[in-house]
Design a protein around this ligand. Structure first.
Ligand SMILES: Nc1nc2c(ncn2[C@@H]2O[C@H](COP(=O)(O)OP(=O)(O)O)[C@@H](O)[C@H]2O)c(=O)[nH]1
Ligand SMILES: [Mg+2]
Length: 150
């Protein structure tokens, strides 16, 4: 079975927008209440990381994932991840800071948050508005293994 990249992050942090980029798709965005499987991706609802009682769904869904991307929104610093959460997953966990085009004063706080989650560097900084950093993330994921559909 082909493994997919799972995206985790609070509501509005840019999961679905990044999902479309990773799938080279322009499917319109819907607020997602359920896990959505794309060609290369698994998009998870924000509620799963916002409620400790839902973590089990993230952990179960990650069983079939190649990587877990944990998103931190630079424009809205909500601390939703429990400390050390990255250690819950057996596949590689990658830290992604989204909305690089907004609130640059929060950059250091985003790094501290990813460190508290115990995600190992390098972290990826992206703006899907200005289309920066996305290619580097794709290349990193591609370089790790044959994740993307040709
Ligand atoms: N300024 C800015 N807005 C973004 C960026 N990425 C996503 N957004 C916007 O943030 C909002 C939430 O994005 P969405 O992908 O639906 O978040 P999700 O709830 O995590 O799936 C949408 O209005 C997006 O257009 C970004 O890099 N910069
Ligand atoms: Mg979404």
């Amino acid at each position: 079975m082909k493994k997919r990249i799972m995206l985790v992050g609070p509501t509005q942090s840019g999961k679905s927008t990044l999902t479309n980029v990773l799938n080279d798709s322009t499917r319109p965005l819907k607020k997602t209440q359920d896990v959505i499987y794309g060609i290369n991706t698994i998009d998870t609802p924000g509620s799963y990381i916002e409620n400790a009682s839902m973590y089990k769904y993230l952990i179960a869904t990650a069983q079939t994932a190649s990587h877990v991307l944990m998103l931190v929104d630079q424009s809205r610093l909500t601390e939703v991840y429990p400390p050390g959460f990255a250690k819950t997953f057996t596949c590689p966990v990658i830290g992604v800071i989204t909305k690089l085009d907004l609130a640059s004063e929060n950059a250091n706080l985003c790094i501290q948050q990813l460190k508290r989650i115990r995600i190992i560097e390098p972290y990826f900084w992206i703006s899907l508005k200005e289309n920066t950093g996305v290619e580097a993330l794709k290349q990193y994921l591609l370089g790790k293994q044959e994740t993307f559909e040709k």
